[in-house]
Design a binder for this molecule. Structure first.
Ligand code: ZN
Length: 480
C-alpha cells in the first residue's frame, strides 16, 4: 500500500514491507536553502530520519509529512521523499460576512489547512450583510455595518440579530498565527459591489446618499460604491491604507465581482468620471476604478487580486492585478493569461464548497484540472472557497469544507494527480484525526460521492424545489 499522505509527494520511494521505525526515532535536520523555499527531502535509514530543507516552510512541510506518516501506520525504513509543490498559491477562502466566524474557529481551520500544506488564507471580510474588520478612521463601519437585525438566507428566518467583527488586535493575532504555520493571509475588502454594509455606516459612499441597513438575505444588491465621488474613492484608499499596515502579506483582494450598474447609470458624479476619463461604458468605469485602486496598492508594496468580472472593463494590466477565476463565461481569463497575467483557479463547479456534495462530490473536486478552463499558462495556483449564506454553524462549515478542501490541497501541491482517487480517499480516512478538535467529524464517506438519485435530491432540496432538466444538467455537468 502507498504511504497515506495528503498531499501525495512529488517523488517518493518506499518499500511497503520494510520494518517500522520506533516512535521515538531521532530526526536530523540539515539546512539547505538552495533546495527551494517550500521543498524538502526526507529519508529514513538505520532507525533514523534525515530531513534536508530550508529553515522556513520546507522544514515545516517535512514536519507535516512526518506527522502524517506517524498518524497513519508509522514510518518505515527505506523511505526516500523528494518533495516540492507544483503551485506556489494553495489557498482556502472563508466568508466571515454572511455568517460570522470568530478567531477560535478560524484558528482551528488554519491549523487543519497547514497540516495539509495549504499556504494562503483568503479572508472575506466585507460584504452587503456585514463589515467585519475594524478601521480606526471610520469606526461606524463596525459600529453600524457589522450588525444586522435578522438573517433570512434561503427563506429561513433565524429570528435573532446577527453581528461580529475583528478588532485590529485580533486581525494581527490571526495573521501571526498564520505566519507561524507558513500561511499568508489575504484580506478581501469588496469593492465596488457588495457594499451595502459600508453604505449603511456612511451613506455618502453610495451614489444616492440614501440611508440603508446591512442586508439580511443572499443575493446581488444595487448598493455599490460611487466611483465618481472623490470622497468615496479617498475613503476606499484610507481603508486600504489601514489594511496594508495590518497585513504583512503581499496581496490584498479587492473583490470586483457582481457590481450592478443601475446606480452608476443614474449618477451625475459617475457620469462625470466617465466623461473625464473617456470611458465607453460601465464595464470600463469599473475597470478604471479597479486599476486606480490596484495602482494605489502597488505604491504600498501590495498586489491586488480581483474576481474575474473585473476583466470585462478590458483595461486591467497583468502587472498590476492577479485575477481569481470562479465563473468566466466569456473566457476572459484565458486572454488575460495570454497577455502575461496570473490566475488563481476557484472554479464554481469544482472548488465552491458551500454547495452540497450532491452538486460537488469529492471525486469531482479531486479530478478537476485547474488548467481545464483557462489553459496551463499563467495559473498561479488553486483555492477552495466557502461562502456562508447557508452555513449557519461551524459544524456545518467544517463538514462542507472537509474533505473537499483536501482535494484542493492535493492538486495544488501535486499538479497532476500522482495516484488514484481510491488511494486518495484511503488517505483521507486515515488522516481524518489530523483535522483536529472541533473540525472533525466529517460526513461519513458514503456521503462524499452520492449516487445520482441522492445527488438530484440534495441539489433539489438545496435550491428549494424541483429544477428544470436544463438547470440540473448545467449544475451537474458544470456548464457555464
Ligand atoms: Zn456614483
Amino acid at each position: 500500500m502507498k504511504p497515506l499522505l495528503i498531499p501525495y509527494p512529488k517523488q517518493i520511494g518506499f518499500s511497503a514491507g520494510a520494518p517500522l521505525l520506533p516512535a521515538d526515532a531521532p530526526v536530523t535536520f540539515t539546512y539547505a536553502p538552495g533546495l527551494g523555499e517550500e521543498a524538502y527531502v526526507l529519508k529514513t535509514a538505520n532507525g533514523a530520519v534525515n530531513v534536508t530543507a530550508s529553515a522556513g516552510a520546507g522544514r515545516f512541510y517535512a514536519e507535516q509529512t512526518l506527522m502524517q506518516l506517524s498518524a497513519a501506520g508509522g514510518l518505515r525504513e527505506g523511505l526516500d521523499i523528494h518533495d516540492a509543490p507544483a503551485f506556489s498559491y494553495r489557498g482556502f477562502m472563508i466568508d466571515c460576512c454572511r455568517h460570522f466566524y470568530g478567531v477560535p474557529e478560524l484558528k482551528r481551520l488554519i491549523d487543519a489547512a497547514a497540516r495539509f500544506k495549504l499556504n494562503r488564507f483568503h479572508w472575506h471580510l466585507t460584504d452587503d450583510q456585514g463589515w467585519r474588520i475594524e478601521i480606526k478612521k471610520y469606526p461606524l463601519l463596525t459600529e453600524v455595518g457589522s450588525k444586522r437585525s435578522g438573517s433570512r438566507f434561503g427563506g429561513v428566518n433565524e429570528g435573532k440579530p446577527h453581528g461580529g467583527f475583528f478588532t485590529q488586535t485580533e486581525i494581527r493575532e490571526v495573521a501571526d498565527y498564520c505566519a507561524a504555520r507558513h500561511i499568508e493571509v489575504i484580506p478581501e475588502i469588496e469593492m465596488p459591489g457588495h457594499f451595502t454594509a459600508a453604505i449603511s455606516a456612511y451613506p455618502f459612499l453610495g451614489c444616492t446618499g440614501e440611508p440603508m441597513e446591512p442586508v439580511q438575505k443572499e443575493g446581488i444588491y444595487p448598493n455599490v460604491l460611487c466611483v465618481g465621488s472623490d470622497e468615496a474613492v479617498s475613503f476606499m484608499k484610507d481603508v486600504l491604507g489601514e489594511v496594508c499596515a495590518l497585513f504583512p502579506g503581499r496581496y490584498v483582494h479587492i473583490g470586483g465581482d457582481e457590481a450592478p450598474r443601475k446606480r452608476w447609470q443614474a449618477c451625475e458624479k459617475c457620469a462625470a468620471r466617465m466623461k473625464r476619463l473617456g470611458l465607453a461604458d460601465y464595464d470600463a468605469l469599473q475597470g478604471s476604478f479597479i486599476e486606480e485602486i490596484a495602482a494605489f496598492l502597488r505604491e504600498k508594496g501590495k498586489t491586488a487580486i480581483t474576481w474575474n468580472e473585473s476583466l470585462r472593463g478590458g483595461c486591467l494590466s497583468p502587472e498590476n492585478v492577479i485575477v481569481q477565476r470562479w465563473m468566466d463565461r466569456d473566457n476572459l481569463c484565458a486572454d488575460f493569461t495570454k497577455r502575461g497575467g496570473s490566475v488563481i483557479e476557484s472554479d464554481f463547479y469544482h472548488y465552491y464548497f458551500d454547495y452540497p456534495y450532491g452538486m460537488t462530490p469529492l471525486r469531482k473536486a479531486f479530478t478537476y484540472d485547474p488548467a481545464e478552463k483557462t489553459g496551463a499558462q499563467g495559473i498561479l495556483g488553486v483555492e477552495g472557497a466557502l461562502w456562508t449564506e447557508y452555513v449557519r454553524s461551524f459544524h456545518d462549515l467544517c463538514q462542507k469544507l472537509f474533505p473537499r478542501l483536501l482535494a484542493v490541497a492535493e492538486r495544488g501541491w501535486s499538479g497532476a494527480p500522482g495516484r488514484s482517487y481510491a488511494d486518495f480517499t484511503a488517505a483521507v480516512q486515515a488522516l481524518l484525526p489530523l483535522l483536529g478538535e472541533g473540525v472533525a467529524p466529517m460526513l461519513p464517506p458514503d456521503r462524499w460521492d452520492p449516487g445520482m438519485r441522492r445527488r438530484l435530491k440534495e441539489v433539489a432540496s438545496f435550491f428549494k424545489g424541483p429544477l428544470s432538466a436544463d438547470t440540473l444538467r448545467q449544475l451537474l455537468e458544470n456548464r457555464e
